[in-house]
Design a protein around this ligand. Structure first.
Ligand code: ATP
Ligand code: MG
Ligand code: MG
Length: 287
């Protein structure tokens, strides 16, 4: 069941948030916004300002304080749009870091809460043993969760869509098949072929740039999103956002972001997901 509800947060009539905790963001001045400080993200944004990817990420202006809290100051990507339609696509075949998996394995405990969450979504999911124990291990839960959406099968998933009329849908956790994903993308782009073409062009430029980027080669990029924005004036653009789980690799390790993940290789499937996203959008073009 698709549940359209009024959008989550907005201020200054412009800015809209599709994911994350509402309290993480504050309006800034001059088309900028403040996101709660995270050191990992700060390091990334700073490095990205000197990378070939710079045109594909929000401009970054350093750390600022407000009410005793630290924030990263960056461009509000919606600032130049009029009543924009926006979509957040979380990229990659994995949305937890390898280090999070290692941590989840320390002091293994049977988790009843996670077992219950699993059963609530899919009563068939637990194994016989898990059923007998009425509990599951956290790493198992983390890996199972990735198979619910298109993350594991397509290398990206839709996190949220806000349409120009103000309605918002963040209920895509079980949008999994290529067909379901395509229907949601069609609903987002609408009947506008021009917008679709602009998105495709931008995504292909992004792919070329990612393949050349020193930053991208040397980072495990997990939980990062592509933010799609268009409005009725015919403008459409895509940017990379959310680098809270984008971590540098120990030299001389580099990633191609397409090789399937095997624990230890750190691959995140980001480019594989982008290939699939471009492919799905391409098949939406009229022949
Ligand atoms: P999570 O990790 O749960 O995804 P988060 O707190 O790290 O959340 P982000 O994913 O960075 O937050 O952003 C949440 C939402 O805020 C995005 O889906 C988007 O709608 C909006 N947003 C984030 N950064 C920008 C930006 N620079 N300009 C405009 N909108 C933004
Ligand atoms: Mg996010
Ligand atoms: Mg985040």
């Amino acid at each position: 069941i698709v549940n359209w509800s009024p959008f989550v947060v907005s201020f200054k009539k412009r800015w809209v948030q599709l994911a994350g905790h509402a309290g993480n963001f504050q309006a800034g001045e001059d088309g900028r916004l403040l996101k709660s400080y995270c050191e990992t993200e700060q390091q990334c944004l700073q490095q990205l300002m000197g990378d070939t990817l710079r045109p594909f990420v929000p401009g970054y202006y350093g750390i600022v304080q407000r009410d005793d809290q630290d924030y990263n100051l960056m461009d509000d990507l919606l600032a130049d749009f009029e009543s924009p339609s926006i979509m957040d696509c979380k990229m990659g075949t994995r949305t937890y870091l390898e280090e999070e998996l290692l941590k989840a394995r320390e002091r293994p405990r049977l988790r009843k809460d996670m077992y219950e969450k699993m059963v609530a979504v899919d009563p068939e999911a637990p194994t016989e043993q898990e059923r007998a124990q009425q509990g599951i291990l956290k790493p198992r839960y983390m890996q199972w969760r990735e198979t619910l959406s298109s993350t594991a099968t397509l290398g990206f998933r839709i996190e949220g869509i806000k349409r120009a009329d103000g309605t918002c849908n963040t209920n895509f956790k079980k949008t999994k098949s290529r067909e379901q994903v395509m229907r949601s993308l069609e609903d987002f782009v609408g009947a506008d072929i021009q917008i679709l073409k602009l998105y495709l062009q931008r995504l292909k430029e992004l792919r070329t740039t990612l393949e050349e980027s020193q930053f991208f080669r040397t980072h495990e990029v997990v939980g990062s999103s592509l933010l799609f924005v268009h409005d009725s004036s015919g403008k459409a653009c895509v940017w990379m956002i959310d680098f809270g789980k984008t971590v540098p690799l120990p030299a001389p390790l580099i990633l191609d972001h397409r090789t399937p993940w095997r624990e230890g290789n750190r691959e995140d499937g980001y480019l594989w997901g982008l290939d699939n996203l471009i492919d799905v959008l391409s098949t939406m073009l009229p022949t």
